[in-house]
Design a protein around this ligand. Structure first.
Ligand SMILES: [Fe+2]
Ligand SMILES: [Fe+2]
Length: 133
């Protein structure tokens, strides 16, 4: 499992969202480290990642809604899909080791990478053209 590394391709140009993406990546790297060391902190980090993801998705959706971003529903559905997968994994983990911890962290890593460098890049220009920075 390799860590998520910040790069300029992650930038949306919206300061609050870029800061939140940095915090999410740090937390995901923390989860990766906890899982690979079999740390007892794993469940706490997992819950924190879920809470931060929820806050971030709400913040992003509020901005998109306030500025009438056209693709908001597709974007929101993608956020919901990830939250459902996080909740499902968290429930399984709470019931005992799932045996797929590493696979799930790899999935999260790909998801955040693809989402921040893909879908999240679309609202940047739209919001910046409307004075958000
Ligand atoms: Fe997003
Ligand atoms: Fe995002």
């Amino acid at each position: 499992m390799s860590p998520l590394i910040w790069s300029h391709t992650c930038l949306t140009g919206i300061l609050a969202m870029d800061d939140q993406h940095g915090i999410l990546m740090d937390t995901l790297n923390e989860l990766r480290s906890a899982i690979s060391h079999g740390s007892k902190e794993t469940e706490e980090v997992l819950h924190r990642l879920m809470a931060l993801s929820m806050l971030h998705f709400d913040a992003e959706e509020s901005l998109m809604s306030r500025f009438s971003f056209p693709d908001i529903e597709v974007h929101r559905a993608e956020h919901q899909r990830l939250l459902a997968q996080l909740a499902d994994f968290s429930n399984s983990y709470a019931a005992g080791s799932t045996g797929r911890e590493r696979t799930f962290v790899d999935f999260l890593r790909s998801w955040f990478h693809d989402h921040v460098e893909g879908m999240d890049q679309h609202y940047g220009p739209w919001l910046r053209e409307r004075g958000v920075s």
